[in-house]
Design a protein around this ligand. Structure first.
Ligand code: CU
Length: 72
């Protein structure tokens, strides 16, 4: 899935986000592009759903919205 995220200001934040997302059960890959404010996430739909991931990003303190759906 693809998320648009506001407030990622540097590569350090992006790295922290990737790390936090990758530690989550069911997340196969997370790639944060801070310049574009975009996160691409590959996940196992048997373990997680879009809402879980959306909430995880919100909990990190970012405003976000889902702009693309697909688990891989
Ligand atoms: Cu930062």
């Amino acid at each position: 899935m693809t998320l648009q995220v506001d407030g990622i200001t540097c590569a350090g934040c992006a790295e922290d986000m990737e790390k936090t997302l990758l530690e989550k059960d069911g997340v196969h890959d997370a790639s944060v592009n801070y310049a574009e404010g975009r996160i691409e996430i590959e996940y196992d739909p048997g373990i997680l759903n879009e809402r879980d991931i959306f909430i995880a990003v919100r909990k990190m303190g970012f405003q976000t919205r889902i702009i693309g759906s697909s688990s891989a």
